[in-house]
Design a protein around this ligand. Structure first.
Ligand SMILES: C[S@@+](CC[C@H](N)C(=O)[O-])C[C@H]1O[C@@H](n2cnc3c(N)ncnc32)[C@H](O)[C@@H]1O
Length: 379
């Protein structure tokens, strides 16, 4: 690449970042980090909220043809940025500050199961106290706070959503972990870190937003020190998935639209992408293959029999079928009263589609949100 075209790309990237940062402040307000859930939804600038929602939904019009797919892949950065601008409040309200699924054991409270899932990844990655670790697609920093507390390591969280970065910094300070954690803006498809910087890298249910898995894994490979480990919970379609089967494709589409994912890839594609990036795969283990008595998707099902503790009833109710319907009705009222941005019910509708697709994909074993890969960068 010539130096003038490289300079042009740098300037395009910094303009995009500036625009996204300004938009975020206009949308969420200056003290954006401190509001969560429904209060946060009410404190938005309504005009900007409407704009964010239409930016996110513009590529998801029910079409699954190659042309529509290509548009989603090309616009991954803006559309994911917009997606998290509009869903972060709903995620925090319904799920907490770690935005991922997990396995459940009998008698185990929801929060403990979530934390254990994070500890397991840290353990498999071999994270040590003096490691510098990168969290790729860090959300609002729930996993980084837990993994740093668990191991004592220092973590830098990378995220392309400004709103989430502000929240992650705010939570870190509140938990007195701001000396161990930092959160920075960036695109995982094109990282700014110097090569060979991190001892370990992990990603939890984030790299599924990449339009090209090999590209994101190559970036991770670049910033990892030789001999370093990358551990990921990847979202994949399983070997049972048949892209030419319209019912299967519909399930994958529901997951894509409701989760802001340009394209769901399968296990084979993810495995090849890691190998092509240069990694040596040490573990490839789909954790949904354990046939757990309590399935990973239980909080989305509305099946009360799975709820383990009284304290989990509130979380379960909010994420269950009935709870989601009530949330949609409540958001509909707020939208009509002008206290939530226009289009907010379209967002809850898309989240509803995602929940239906995730449960259907999980039950039919077409989809896994916890394909664990542990891979090494050779010395
Ligand atoms: C489902 S959330 C998971 C967040 C976090 N890992 C957790 O488990 O709580 C996916 C995350 O990936 C981030 N993300 C998506 N596309 C990205 C990109 N191109 N570069 C950096 N981060 C990205 C999103 O902003 C979001 O924080």
């Amino acid at each position: 690449m010539s130096s003038s075209s490289a300079a042009q790309i740098d300037s395009d990237v910094s303009q995009l970042r500036k625009r996204q940062a300004e938009f975020t402040e206009e949308l969420h307000g200056k003290d954006m980090a401190q509001h969560t859930g429904m209060f946060a939804l009410m404190s938005k600038d309504k005009g900007k909220g409407k704009e964010a929602i239409s930016k996110y939904l513009k590529h998801w019009d029910g079409k699954v043809d190659k042309e529509a797919e290509q548009k989603r892949l090309e616009d991954y950065n803006e559309s994911t940025h917009s997606y998290y601008n509009v869903v972060t409040d709903f995620y925090e309200y319904g799920w907490g500050s770690s935005f991922h699924f997990c396995r459940f054991y009998k008698g185990e409270p929801f929060k403990a199961a979530m934390a254990r899932h994070e500890h397991y990844l840290a353990y498999k990655a071999g994270i040590q106290e003096d490691d510098l670790v990168l969290d790729v697609g860090c959300g609002v920093g729930g996993p980084a706070r837990e993994i740093s507390t668990f191991t004592g390591c220092n973590i830098i969280g990378l995220n392309n959503n400004d709103y989430q970065i502000e929240k992650a910094k705010w939570y870190a300070k509140k938990s007195n972990l701001h000396n161990k954690l930092d959160f920075v803006k960036g695109d995982f498809m094109n990282m700014d870190f110097k090569p060979n910087t991190f001892d370990k890298v992990y990603a939890i249910e984030a790299t599924c937003h990449a339009p090209d898995l090999q590209q994101v894994y190559s970036e991770i490979y670049k910033v990892l020190k030789p001999g370093g480990t990358f551990a990921v919970y990847e979202w994949v379609m399983t070997e049972n998935y048949d892209e030419t089967n319209p019912q299967h494709r519909q399930i994958a589409y529901e997951i894509e639209v409701g989760d802001g994912i340009p394209k769901m890839f399968d296990i084979k594609t993810a495995t090849k992408a890691l190998e092509n990036a240069g990694f040596t795969i040490e573990i490839a283990d789909d954790l949904t293959d354990n046939h757990d008595e309590i399935p990973w998707y239980y909080p989305l099902t509305g099946e009360w029999k799975y709820v383990q503790t009284l304290a989990d009833l509130a979380t379960f109710f909010r994420t269950s079928y009935l709870g989601r319907k009530i949330t949609t009705a409540m958001v509909g009222c707020m939208e009509r009263l002008g206290i939530a941005p226009e289009g907010s019910t379209k967002v809850t509708g898309a989240l509803e589609e995602a929940a239906v697709g995730l449960v259907a994909g999980g039950k039919a074993r077409l989809f896994s949100p916890m394909m664990l890969f542990v891979a090494k960068k050779p010395k």
